[in-house]
Design a protein around this ligand. Structure first.
Ligand code: ADP
Ligand code: MG
Ligand code: MG
Length: 888
């Protein structure tokens, strides 16, 4: 029989699929002997049944009753008892941490009767009513769907009435009146009475938490984080402990290391006289943990000890939620904490150095996307440029944009292609769409542990949280700096998440230290040292080589500094542009063979010089040169412009008339599927010969100059082996002619791109005429799906992503199921036919972490990507070799 309920003592950390992350970790901490309030977990399985059928599984009611009875026995109190009530929280918690995205109801078990009992037994009337009004509010919102604003407004009115600035200034009587008001609000808006039966409260809260899995913001978050919609959430029912009991109680969040920089040392926020959710909401500014050391040294000492225990046990950065009830410390949650890219590298390699984890674990904790982020430019600033004093830097990076006052405006801006910074007093989970849309988030309240900061860190967004000196006025849609400068919506600001500073206007950027150290090979800071160690380790274990896509000697040199082991794709088309355009026009317009030969002969020395430069920059390493690929009309003037020019002139230039005829002749409805790639080489006489001659002569020149050129010739868009055979024969005859004439003794491999499904399907035949395959995954994705990328991305892709048909664009991350299958087939049949075949990939996917893992598994020899992605690709290739799973 399926077990739907587990006591905290029954679970383990490894059971997160079933118990959710929160439940599994509560169980783990219970086993470790940490002070966790007792409770039990309702499994994700029960949630899935509920979501599928609309009702709970039959056994659940019974199992919950039994677990509750056990909890009551352990606590020595009965849920909602009128003399001495046990109160519980009902907390969401799925497999993957989704901070604040689902619901939790606290203080379940309070009623008109038990609030009196609680007041009497605790001797704190104010506390009892504070808890009751919180319950009515949370229950009203979460279970009964009442707009929280209504409660917040009533609360604000009560504060005004009493001249109070803070909820803490309201006394027991105020809170009792407020509770009545809240119940009235519920009755008015739902027609229902707030339920007085504690068991009914519990069950309805349980169902509401199940349902919050499908809430709007949970949905948005899962999309963004690529978490499956099918997992469901577990629910944790746990005895309440009270940070709002008295001024010497309180609640807080702590980290075992700094989640922003990765620096060693305990770190966090504490909020006296408050219940848990007040800290993460960032409603009131918490004090740093060091303050707790002064306020309550015993609890502080106990907390730091538990943090040490947890870090040693989880062997990683942990964050915890804790509550102190009259000097007694309770731990309410822990998880392996979200961190910035910088912190990820620092922490992994510090833990390695400390001997806590091994090299393999260290490499598994960092990834290519993080490394790429660390290579972004930073602001070039000095402290004197800072108008707003420093705030806790919550998530690093350099962006800026126009200030916006709410989530909707950020979303609108992003849709219009604008860069924005979302400026709020504090964020709530409902701001999630705006946080995704904005470049950066700035709040005047809260700290590193606020919801905004946690979510931003998880998303790799820049965030400055708690810039207290700023006065944010959402109604007027502006904020004011301490100097009195008013920043209105649309004014450009720059947010430096690394230093926690805000600057008016756009700032100039400077190279990141990580990028500089990668290029120079010298490490000047701790972060660069950590990155260097990660990369050396990855290089030592990876099987995939990493080459660059580079078309110029400068790019080739840059790629080489980043660790490229050759060029996987050198496109020749840009070599046909600019000054040389007229030569290309002459080639296209040539009326006879002689004119064409002349035009090609003029191009030859220019191409040769291009190749010589690139081969020199990549001396000793392979350089895969692709013959001309795009349709010829791309090199001709625009058809409409040309026609207009001719029409507007009384005596049109005959050259223009001639050109227009050519443009019209070459015009295609579907250029992507038209005269391009190998088809060009087979239709324009002399083109292949000219390009190959330029390559061969460049090779000969380099050898004469004492170099070690390793050119490879790549034929694009082959669909059948016949095409390759013909072009190959032509290329080979040119190569042997040039090499014989110059006395050059090298071989120059000739291979093909695999970028049409037919090529993949006939790879066994093609492989017999090829020395290498290079998968052109951009075109292969387009032709496999039968869509053109530019058209599709502009039209239906957003809808597809929204409807979940794609979780990610197949152009960003390789579609393993479809395109990947073709690749696997081509690899197998290609290798079977030609055991010496080299296999690589040169589409943009070559730099995408998930895709790199696939290419590793598919058995390719190398990936090729843009120079800037090379360090990330090296890292991911290493991780792939260790069999590290890339994503969920
Ligand atoms: P989230 O996933 O949004 O953090 P939680 O379930 O952790 O939601 O709960 C919200 C807040 O309530 C947290 O600050 C948590 O520490 C606090 N809380 C939850 N359960 C209890 C409890 N039994 N006693 C006291 N505080 C609690
Ligand atoms: Mg929590
Ligand atoms: Mg292509």
């Amino acid at each position: 029989m399926t077990q739907y309920v587990y006591g905290f003592a029954e679970g383990r950390r490894e059971m997160a699929d079933l118990l959710g992350g929160k439940g599994a970790n509560l169980a783990e901490m219970t086993r470790l002997g940490l002070p966790v309030p007792p409770g039990f977990t309702v499994t994700t399985k029960a949630c899935r049944v509920f979501l599928e059928t609309g009702t709970e599984p039959d056994e659940l009611g019974f199992e919950v009753a039994r677990a509750l009875a056990a909890l009551e026995r352990a606590a020595g109190r009965t849920l909602g008892d009128s003399a001495d009530p046990l109160l519980v929280s009902v907390r969401s918690g799925s497999r993957y941490s989704m901070p604040g995205m689902m619901e939790t109801v606290l203080d379940i078990g309070l009623s008109d009767a038990s609030v009196q009992g609680l007041a009497k037994i605790s001797g704190q009337e104010r506390f009892a009513w504070d808890s009751y009004r919180r319950l009515v509010q949370m229950f009203g919102h979460t279970v009964l769907g009442v707009d929280t604003e209504l409660f917040e407004r009533a609360l604000a009115e009560r504060r005004t009435l009493r001249g109070a600035t803070d909820d803490r200034d309201l006394d027991a009587q105020d809170l009792a009146l407020l509770t009545e008001e809240f119940k009235e609000i519920i009755h008015r808006t739902t027609g229902e009475e707030f339920p007085q039966d504690p068991v009914e409260q519990l069950h309805r809260a349980l169902r509401a938490v199940f349902s919050s899995w499908n809430g709007e913001r949970a949905h948005v978050y899962r999309r963004r984080e690529h978490i499956s919609d099918d997992l469901g959430t577990a629910v944790n029912i746990q005895a309440m402990v009270f940070g709002n009991l008295s001024p010497d109680s309180g609640t807080g969040v702590a980290f075992t290391r700094d989640p922003t920089t990765g620096a060693r040392g305990v770190y966090g926020d504490y909020l006296p006289y408050a219940q848990g959710e007040d800290v993460v909401a960032g409603v009131r500014n918490a004090v740093p943990l060091q303050e707790l050391e002064r306020l309550d040294p015993r609890s502080y000492l106990a907390l730091t000890e538990h943090l040490r225990t947890l870090e040693a046990h989880y062997q990683d950065l942990c964050d915890v939620e804790f509550t102190i009830e009259r000097g007694r410390l309770w731990i309410l949650q822990t998880r392996v904490g979200k961190r910035t890219a910088e912190a990820a590298f620092r922490i992994a390699y510090d833990l390695l150095e400390e001997g806590v984890i091994g090299r393999r674990a260290a490499l598994s904790r960092v990834d290519g996307d993080q490394l790429a982020r660390l290579m972004f430019p930073r602001f070039a600033t000095r402290p004197s440029d800072v108008p707003a004093p420093r705030a806790p830097a919550a998530a690093p990076g350099p962006p800026g944009g126009g200030a916006v006052s709410d989530s909707a405006e950020a979303v609108r801006g992003a849709a219009a292609g604008e860069r924005t910074v979302l400026v709020r007093r504090e964020t709530t989970p409902d701001d999630l769409p705006g946080m995704i849309a904005a470049e950066a988030v700035l709040t005047s309240r809260g700290g590193k542990t606020s919801h905004a900061a946690v979510v931003a860190r998880g998303m790799g967004k820049v965030c400055v949280c708690g810039a207290e000196p700023l006065t944010v006025d959402p109604t007027a849609r502006q904020f004011t700096t301490p100097e009195g400068v008013v920043v209105r919506e649309g004014d450009v600001i720059s947010v430096d998440g690394t230093s926690g500073t805000v600057h008016l206007g756009a700032l100039s950027l400077t190279d990141s230290a990580v990028r500089q150290s990668l290029e120079s090979g010298e490490q000047s800071d701790l972060l660069s040292v950590a990155v260097d160690r990660a990369l050396s380790h990855a290089d030592a274990v990876r099987r995939l080589e990493v080459r660059a896509n580079a078309d110029t000697p400068e790019d080739a040199a840059c790629a080489r500094r980043f660790g490229a082991q050759g060029i996987g794709l050198c496109r020749t088309e840009h070599m046909f542009l600019g000054e040389r355009k007229h030569l290309v026009e002459a080639m296209i317009l040539a009326v006879d063979g002689t004119a064409r030969e002349q035009a090609l002969a003029a191009l030859l020395p220019l191409q040769r010089a291009d190749f010589t430069g690139i081969l020199a920059a990549m001396d000793g390493l392979p350089v895969t040169i692709r013959l001309l690929d795009p349709p010829l009309h791309e090199f001709l003037p625009d058809r409409t412009q040309l026609a207009v020019r001719i029409a507007a002139s009384a005596d049109p230039d005959p050259r223009d008339v001639h050109l227009l005829a050519a443009v019209e002749r070459l015009h295609e409805r579907n250029p992507m599927l038209g005269l391009r790639g190998v088809r060009l080489g087979l239709s324009v006489p002399g083109l292949v010969a000219m390009q190959v001659r330029a390559i061969a002569e460049a090779v000969a020149d380099r050898i004469r100059d004492g170099g070690d050129p390793r050119a490879e010739i790549m034929i694009p868009l082959v669909g059948t082996v016949e095409e390759l055979r013909l072009v190959r024969a032509e290329a080979e005859s040119v190569l042997s002619e040039v090499f014989a004439r110059t006395g050059t003794e090298v071989t120059c491999p000739i291979g093909t791109m695999i970028e049409l499904p037919r090529a993949a399907l006939t790879a066994g035949r093609i492989a017999r005429a090829a020395d290498f395959f290079s998968f052109g995954t951009n075109d292969l994705t387009q032709t496999t799906w039968g869509l053109s990328r530019d058209d599709a991305e502009a039209s239906f892709f957003p809808a597809y992503l929204d409807k979940g048909i794609f979780t990610i664009s197949p152009f960003e991350s390789l579609d393993e199921e479809g395109v990947g299958r073709l690749i696997t087939l081509a690899v197998e049949e290609g290798r079977a036919a030609n055991s010496r075949l080299t296999l690589g990939v040169c589409g943009e996917h070559g730099g995408d972490p998930d895709s790199i893992h696939f290419f590793h598994r598919a058995g390719l020899d190398y990936v090729s990507c843009s120079p800037f992605r090379i360090p990330a690709a090296r890292l991911e290739a290493g991780r792939a070799a260790l069999g590290e799973p890339r994503s969920r």
